[in-house]
Unconditional design. Structure first.
Length: 149
């Protein structure tokens, strides 16, 4: 399972011209589910992401977590994170989990974050064409792969 985490001042997702989800200060997480991923992979990310110390403390040091600042998280499903670009110029998505499995793990991940103590967890819509906006704060962008944790 791959996650691209961005520290944001705010973020929102729009589907068919309607705002589906939005957050204030916190994290915007793009989540890609790969073949072979399980709930154990999601659990690793659920434990890690809210506690990443990537927010500045009173001394300007990245020393505080999303939980420490009472931050919010917006989770967006993004199968393109699983793209294989090793051959040619057109990405292959053969490493992405099948949609039904990917959606189950996406929902499991979101539910886990909601029970992790995060103030607010909002989402896009699995499989939808989404327009995501954000104001990256820093910029700070972290990439995690559950298989490396």
């Amino acid at each position: 399972m791959k996650a691209v985490i961005q520290r944001v001042s705010h973020s929102c997702v729009v589907i068919d011209s309607v705002e589906k989800g939005s957050i204030g200060k916190g994290l915007m997480v793009l989540l890609g589910v790969e073949q072979g991923d399980t709930q154990a992979d999601a659990d690793k990310l659920i434990k890690k992401i809210p506690l990443l110390r990537i927010f500045e403390d009173e001394n300007g040091k990245m020393n505080l977590s999303c939980l420490d600042i009472d931050g919010e998280i917006l989770v967006i499903s993004q199968f393109t994170l699983c793209a294989d670009c090793s051959h040619g110029r057109r990405p292959s998505f053969i490493h992405s989990a099948p949609p039904d499995i990917a959606n189950q793990l996406y929902l499991y991940f979101v539910d886990g974050l909601k029970h992790s103590g995060v103030k607010k967890v909002d989402t896009g819509e699995f499989g939808a064409d989404m327009k995501v906006s954000l104001l990256n704060d820093g910029p700070v962008t972290i990439i995690l792969n559950s298989r490396d944790l």
